[in-house]
Design a protein around this ligand. Structure first.
Ligand SMILES: Cc1cc2nc3c(=O)[nH]c(=O)nc-3n(C[C@H](O)[C@H](O)[C@H](O)COP(=O)(O)OP(=O)(O)OC[C@H]3O[C@@H](n4cnc5c(N)ncnc54)[C@H](O)[C@@H]3O)c2cc1C
Length: 461
């Protein structure tokens, strides 16, 4: 049946690039999670919106599931194809389509890398402010489908804030042109926003119009060493009161150990349990003095043990590497990832609860804490001990995630802050969304994709 379906696709769309080699199936069938064995039916690489529509119509006729695929840097299994799905990779649709100087918008195809968007914005003297370490390989389509966050959310918000218009192919194969770059549009439901963060379950993003903005004033980057966990949010409050923060990221000494082993350079001597990389606007002497004053106040108050202020762009990049290199440095240890959030105000109490929980549940397992703490977002990576089998390790982590989900529920938090639910967190969706919400979400999915063609098994069980 599937061979026939594939042959029919080849006949109907002779120009469509279709890959079926074992190496391609493996390459395109997985994302960064590496937990599932890739087993897609084939890989389709359309070059136009019309081809995307035709593939979706074909999939409806043959009841073949489609996995929309961007850069596959996802950390929740959203782009995994392990059950005979057709992977629809947007990699060939990767161009900038236009720039509008008056609207300050950039229109792009979905397969373009985030970094290429940054470069395109820069050529027009503007910025696209969503940014994070996977910038070179993640795609805008994937960023939109996951409502990606990153290191500048504290200043600019998530991807959601920067999408002025979207073209989307629904599960029927219809093309929707949503919001068309309008700033003001009070004409009913905002379907554009519904698409953002829908993880490829409502539609396939085939074009996006991005808002750009002015570059920020000159900034400075500081690395801080902190004596204890309580100091984290106190230093955050202190710095936010006196400075215009662009980023406020934290990591622990265990994270530092891994990133140093991976080639980063130590910037502060001695042993310290917690570190913060912060970037703040410092266009003039007044702002720079304010930063030093905040730093000194933190030291005097016993909240900061040591610090380094970058003196050059190269030094700033080296400090940033300590934070941005963590995910990559942990990858060889097959980490089980938790990407969780609570309100900023709830962080201190939440940190205490989960510190107790994780110390109790993982007494002999290395747990690495880091993340966008200024947004209330923590990445907790549990590293697989060599002696434990993959299956036993996952089973233990799933048990702990259930307890973590209960704790999050008590604190009003979310089981997925920015990576999406995908396959990894679908069993815990109800810790974050009520039964009524989930029922409505399923209903919405039914409207956009009645045959369940788009990314089935993701987001919902
Ligand atoms: C080193 C590293 C650091 C990271 N840091 C961050 C971070 O700070 N913040 C953050 O938010 N994430 C981060 N991530 C996670 C990841 O990069 C983001 O989730 C990113 O948005 C995924 O983009 P992608 O193109 O790789 O998507 P993929 O992994 O290919 O897909 C992700 C989801 O989007 C869907 N999708 C892809 N393209 C489309 C499309 N055109 N239309 C509809 N659905 C589509 C897929 O089906 C899947 O459900 C990091 C990952 C790595 C490896």
């Amino acid at each position: 049946m599937t061979d026939q379906a594939l042959a029919d696709l080849g006949r109907r769309l002779p120009e469509l690039r279709l890959l079926t080699d074992a190496g391609d199936l493996e390459h395109y069938g997985r994302d960064w999670t590496r937990r599932w064995t890739p087993a897609p039916l084939a890989i389709a690489l359309p070059a136009s919106v019309e081809e995307v529509q035709d593939v979706v119509r074909w999939a409806n006729e043959h009841k073949v599931a489609i996995v929309p695929s961007g850069g596959r840097t996802g950390l929740s299994g959203g782009a995994v194809a392990a059950r005979g799905e057709l992977v629809l990779s947007l990699a060939r649709m990767n161009r900038v389509l236009g720039f509008d100087a008056v609207d300050r918008t950039l229109t792009v195809q979905p397969g373009i890398a985030l970094e290429a968007v940054h470069e395109a914005a820069r050529t027009h003297g503007l910025i696209y402010p969503v940014d994070f370490a996977a910038r070179g390989s993640c795609s805008l389509g994937g960023n939109i489908a996951t409502n990606a966050g990153g290191i500048r959310v504290i200043r600019y918000g998530n991807t959601r804030e920067w999408i002025a218009g979207l073209k989307v192919v629904t599960g029927h194969g219809e093309l929707l042109d949503l919001n068309r770059g309008l700033i003001k549009n009070s004409s009913g439901y905002d379907l554009r926003q519904l698409m953002i963060g829908s993880e490829g379950t409502l539609g396939i993003v085939v074009e996006a119009t991005l808002r750009l903005t002015e570059p920020p004033p000159a900034s400075q980057v500081m690395l801080l060493a902190l004596p204890n966990m309580d100091a984290l949010m106190q230093v955050f409050a202190l710095f936010r009161e006196h400075l215009s923060l662009q980023a406020f990221e934290f990591f622990t000494d265990i994270a530092l150990k891994h990133v140093l082993a991976h080639g980063a350079q130590r910037a502060i001597d001695g042993e310290h349990p917690y570190y913060v990389v912060t970037e703040f606007e410092a266009p003039d002497e007044r702002a720079q003095d304010a930063a030093m004053a905040a730093f000194e106040k933190g030291v005097e108050g016993g909240l900061i043990s040591d610090g380094v202020l970058a003196q050059s762009d190269a030094q700033a990049a080296a400090l940033w590497r300590l934070r941005e290199g963590i995910t990559e440095s942990l990858a060889p240890h097959k980490p089980y990832k938790n990407d969780i959030s609570v309100r900023i105000g709830a962080v201190p109490a939440f940190l205490h609860d989960i510190q107790t929980l994780l110390a109790r549940e993982y007494p002999h397992i290395e747990v690495v804490w880091f993340g966008h703490i200024g947004d209330g977002n923590l990445h907790i990576n549990v590293l697989k001990p060599e002696a434990l089998s993959d299956a036993d390790f996952i089973a233990q982590c799933e048990h702990v995630t259930k307890l973590l989900a209960d704790t999050l529920h008590r604190h009003g938090g979310s089981i997925s802050a920015e990576h999406g639910i995908g396959l990894v967190k679908r069993a815990y969706l109800e810790s974050t969304r009520s039964a009524s919400e989930i029922a409505l979400m399923r209903g919405v999915r039914q409207v956009f994709d009645p045959n369940g063609i788009l990314n089935p098994g993701k987001l919902f069980i």
